[in-house]
Design a protein around this ligand. Structure first.
Ligand SMILES: [Mg+2]
Length: 126
């Protein structure tokens, strides 16, 4: 099944970006943007106001995921955009911190393609 949604994956690990991109491609998503940290992510978003979902790492240089999410949420055009955090930070307190900063859902690394699919589809309502 092909999906028109535009998704951005923000992660400082190019390997992780490739894994996420490959998984999404297999699920039928072909419009996937990439950024290596929060600063790059904001830059890509500024040039693509039609992004349907953001998938972001937590630990990144330049600008970490929490700061990135808070900055994104402070902008009117991204108040409702689904944000999925994919991270190794799995403690309950970390998850709460992420949710409080504006993240909609959470995937702990390492994850299975099924888990990513479930969360992505849920957030996009498909
Ligand atoms: Mg990282």
């Amino acid at each position: 099944m092909a999906h028109e949604h535009k998704i951005i994956t923000v992660d400082d690990s190019s390997t992780m970006r490739r894994i996420i991109k490959n998984t999404l491609t297999k699920l039928g998503f072909s419009n996937i943007l990439e950024a290596a940290n929060g600063v790059e992510g904001l830059d890509v978003l500024a040039k693509n106001s039609d992004v349907d979902m953001i998938i972001t790492d937590w630990n990144m240089p330049e600008m970490d995921g929490l700061t990135f999410v808070k900055t994104v949420r402070s902008k009117d055009e991204y108040k409702e955009t689904p944000i999925l955090m994919v991270t190794t930070e799995a403690a309950k307190e970390d998850i709460l911190t992420a949710l409080r900063s504006g993240v909609n859902n959470y995937v702990v690394k390492p994850f299975t393609p099924d888990t990513l699919q479930e969360k992505v589809n849920k957030l996009l309502g498909i």
